[in-house]
Design a protein around this ligand. Structure first.
Ligand code: HEM
Ligand code: HEM
Ligand SMILES: Nc1nc2c(c(=O)[nH]1)N[C@H]1C(S)=C(S)[C@@H](COP(=O)(O)O)O[C@H]1N2
Ligand SMILES: [Mo]
Length: 343
C-alpha cells in the first residue's frame, strides 16, 4: 500500500499539473473538461493523506538527508490545494492585489523542483505488481471517490449559493463588465507598460513580400465592433465593447497573398508587441481577431494597450497582445510557439 500510495501521488500530481495548464490553454469547452479532471485529481491527492501521513511520519523519524525539503514541498502542495478551493468556492478570491488563483498556480510552480528532488531522492522501484488487479481496483476506487468529492463540492457551492456558483466554465469570476474604467490592467508575467508616441508609431503588416505600414490615424478611421470577454488566467473575466478593425481587412488591403491559406495551412499570423511579447494564430483566425483602437468607444489607455491591442474572442487573456507593432504572415505553423508566453 505504501508503494502504491506514492505511485498514485506521482501520477495524480502529474495529472493535476497537466490538466491545469490545458485548462489555461483553452477559452472554450475543453477548459471545463480539463478542470473537472483537475479538481478530481486534486481531491484524490487529499484523499490519500491518511496513508501518506504514515509514510511521511516514518521518513521524518528516520531523518533522512533533506527531510525538511519534503516538508517545504508538503507545505506548497497544501497551500496550492487550499488556494484552489478558496478560489473555486469563492470564499476568498484575493488578498490585496494577489488573487487566490495566482497563489494556487504560484505554489504549484514552486513545488516543481521539490517534486523532482523528492521522487529522485526517495525513489521507489516500479515493479510488475504495481499493475496488478488489486492496484487497478484501488485506483478505480480512488478516482470514483474523487469524482464524487468533486460533485459534492460543486453541489455544496450551489446549495449554499457561495460566490463560486457564479463562476464561468473556466472557473473565472465576472468583474466590471461593460464598465471600461473598471477593467484592471494585467500583465502575463512582468511586461512593463511602454510610453508610445502615436505620431511616430506604425503598425507594420507583412504578408510575403507585401509590407504595409498603418498610422494610428488611419486605423482610428475604422469602426468594426465586437463585444468580447477577456478571461484572464488570474481568475477573473470582463465583457467589454471593443472597436477597431478586423485583421482580415488589413491583410486584404495590403494586397497580400491571403490565398496562402489554401496551401496546406502551414502558415500562421505572428502578432508582436513593442515589448517583444508575441503570439501566433492560425491564418483562418484573421476574420475573428480585432485590431482594437477603442474600449467602450474611447481610445485605449496605455495600460490596456494604446495605441492598438489585439482582441481575440474565445481565447484566454494572454492571447490579447497589447501595444501591437507588427503582424506578419509567415510559413511557420501556429503551433510552433511556446504554449505560454515567457515574459
Ligand atoms: C503530495 C505529494 C507528496 C508529499 C506531500 C510527500 C511528502 C513526504 C514527506 C513529508 C516525507 C517524509 C520526509 C522525508 O523522508 O523526506 C516523505 C517521504 C517519502 N516519500 Fe513522499 N511526498 C509526496 C509524494 C511522493 C511521491 C510521488 C513519491 C514517490 C514516487 C514519494 C516517495 C516517498 C518515499 C519513498 C519516502 C520515504 C519514506 C521512508 O523513508 O520511510 N512521495 N514524503
Ligand atoms: C500541485 C498541483 C495542483 C493541484 C493539486 C491542484 C488542485 C486543485 C484543486 C483541489 C482545485 C479546486 C477544485 C474545485 O474545488 O473545484 C483547483 C482549482 C483550479 N486549478 Fe489547480 N491544482 C494544481 C495546479 C494547478 C495549475 C498548475 C494550474 C494552472 C496552470 C491550475 C489551475 C486551476 C484552476 C483554473 C482552478 C479553478 C477551477 C474552477 O474554479 O473551476 N491548478 N486545483
Ligand atoms: N504585450 C503584452 N500583452 C499582453 C500581456 C502582456 O503581459 N504583455 N498580458 C496579457 C494578459 S495575461 C491579459 S489578461 C490581458 C490583459 O489586458 P488588460 O490589461 O487590458 O486588461 O493582456 C494580455 N496582453
Ligand atoms: Mo491574464
Amino acid at each position: 500500500m505504501r508503494r502504491w500510495t506514492n505511485l498514485a501521488l506521482f501520477g495524480l500530481l502529474g495529472l493535476a499539473f497537466t490538466t491545469g495548464w490545458v485548462a489555461f490553454f483553452y477559452g472554450t469547452a475543453p477548459s471545463r473538461w480539463s478542470l473537472i479532471v483537475h479538481a478530481a485529481s486534486g481531491y484524490a491527492i487529499v484523499a490519500l493523506t491518511p496513508w501518506k501521513a504514515v509514510i511521511a511520519a516514518h521518513g521524518i523519524q528516520r531523518r533522512r538527508p533533506g527531510w525538511w525539503a519534503s516538508l517545504v514541498f508538503t507545505g506548497l502542495v497544501i497551500a496550492s490545494v487550499f488556494a484552489g478551493i478558496l478560489h473555486s468556492t469563492g470564499l476568498l478570491l484575493a488578498v490585496g492585489p494577489i488573487t487566490a488563483m495566482e497563489v494556487h498556480v504560484g505554489a504549484a510552480l514552486l513545488a516543481i523542483p521539490f517534486v523532482a528532488w523528492h521522487v529522485i531522492a526517495r525513489r521507489i522501484p516500479v515493479r510488475a505488481v504495481d499493475l496488478s488487479r488489486r492496484s487497478l481496483l484501488r485506483a478505480g476506487a480512488l478516482l470514483t471517490g474523487a469524482g464524487l468529492a468533486y460533485a459534492a463540492g460543486e453541489g455544496a457551492v450551489r446549495l449554499f449559493s457561495l460566490p463560486g456558483s457564479t463562476r464561468r466554465f473556466t472557473g473565472s469570476y465576472e468583474y466590471g463588465s461593460l464598465q471600461p474604467a473598471a477593467l484592471p490592467v494585467t500583465q502575463w508575467i512582468a511586461d512593463a507598460v511602454p510610453a508610445i508616441d502615436p505620431a511616430s508609431w506604425r503598425l507594420t503588416i507583412q504578408a510575403g513580400a507585401a509590407i504595409r505600414e498603418w498610422s494610428y490615424g488611419e486605423l482610428l478611421a475604422f469602426d468594426d465592433r465586437v463585444r468580447a470577454t477577456l478571461d484572464c488566467t488570474g481568475g477573473f473575466y470582463s465583457t467589454q465593447d471593443w472597436s477597431g478593425v478586423w485583421l482580415r481587412r488589413l491583410l486584404e488591403s495590403s494586397s497580400s497573398p491571403l490565398a496562402a491559406e489554401g496551401r496546406g495551412g502551414a502558415f500562421s499570423l505572428h502578432v508582436r508587441s513593442l515589448t517583444g511579447y508575441d503570439r501566433r494564430f492560425a491564418l483562418r483566425d484573421a476574420g475573428r481577431l480585432l485590431v482594437a483602437t477603442r474600449l467602450g468607444g474611447e481610445p485605449l489607455d496605455p495600460g490596456h494597450g494604446f495605441p492598438v491591442r489585439l482582441v481575440a474572442p474565445d481565447r484566454r487573456g494572454y492571447w490579447w497582445v497589447k501595444w501591437v507593432t507588427a503582424i506578419s504572415i509567415d510559413e511557420l505553423p501556429a503551433w510552433w510557439q511556446v504554449p505560454f508566453p515567457m515574459q
